[in-house]
Write a protein that binds this ligand. Structure first.
Ligand SMILES: Nc1ncnc2c1ncn2[C@@H]1O[C@H](COP(=O)(O)OP(=O)(O)OP(=O)(O)O)[C@@H](O)[C@H]1O
Length: 257
């Protein structure tokens, strides 16, 4: 890793009424890399994303983004700083069209409120037109132009997850947090999502931190892997280093060849 990290965690701890979710966790994420967080259920992966995103505040330690300390951020500040996210459970508006959902990813930026930005309430038609163009570009990039006018609830699960990625991407985040972007997908959908994530990273240089359980996908997609267990860091390195780490093989990767 060379140069200053984009994201840096130093001694981050978090507990919920006596349950330790994160235990003195430290690691750096370099600009432009795809960093995967892996570990068994309850290891602390989602809690960690929520600390980076400002939903939870660490009990101890420091999170720095682009050199700035994040400890004092309020909910929603992360998006303004350039940190976007997708959700483990579908957070799309099921009855709205695909393009309307992606435009919703821009509502924070606008002068108009969410409903004005998405619907034709048009106090600010010019803004709406610009939002729509940006949403259409994000959809085209992810191969979803043909679905723009479809209602989200009529799409397959895998396509919905790519719409969620487009919704996060449209705001052009510097750091994108993806919480199990391939959970519940079949093999074909996983490969489509994996290609989409790699394309976003390559094309826009977006730094990505993702949680993924499918170790085969993680090793193929990411540049950097951090392994967690009971809130502690078990390993941290390139995929080939992590894969060869005896502690990781013993604790987690036992069946990977
Ligand atoms: N909001 C909460 N309230 C109480 N305990 C919580 C909360 N969120 C997480 N925990 C606890 O913190 C620990 C870490 O959970 P977390 O969800 O971060 O793990 P995870 O690695 O994301 O797990 P999974 O793979 O199952 O999503 C667990 O013991 C969990 O029960």
């Amino acid at each position: 890793m060379s140069g200053a990290p984009l994201l840096s965690l130093d001694g981050v701890s978090l507990s919920f009424r006596g349950v330790t979710a994160l235990n003195a966790l430290s690691f750096d994420v370099a600009p432009g890399e795809i960093c995967a967080l892996i570990g068994p259920n309850g290891a602390g992966k989602s809690s960690l994303l929520n600390v980076i995103n400002g939903v939870y505040r660490a009990d101890a330690g420091e999170v720095r983004f682009a050199g700035e300390r994040l400890a004092a951020q309020r909910r929603g500040d992360a998006a303004h700083l350039g940190i976007g996210r997708t959700f483990q459970h579908n957070a799309l508006f099921a009855r709205l069209s695909v393009v309307e959902n992606v435009m919703a990813g821009l509502s924070r930026e606008g002068r108009a409120g969410f409903f004005e930005a998405v619907f034709h309430l048009g106090r600010d038609r010019e803004e709406r037109r610009r939002f729509r163009e940006r949403a259409e570009r994000a959809l085209a990039f992810l191969g979803l132009s043909g679905e723009a006018e479809r209602v989200v609830s009529t799409l397959s699960y895998g396509t919905q997850k790519r719409v969620d990625l487009a919704r996060a991407l449209v705001a052009e985040p510097r750091l994108l947090l993806l919480d199990e972007p391939m959970a519940g997908m079949n093999a074909e959908e996983k490969h489509a999502m994996s290609r989409a994530i790699a394309a976003v990273n390559r094309q826009f240089g977006t730094t990505i931190v993702l949680i993924e359980h499918d170790v085969g996908i993680v090793l193929g997609l990411s540049h950097h892997v951090v392994v967690l267990d009971y809130g502690r860091k078990v390993a941290d390195g390139r995929p080939d280093e992590v894969r060869a780490d005896p502690a990781v093989i013993a604790a987690y990767l036992g069946t990977v060849h």
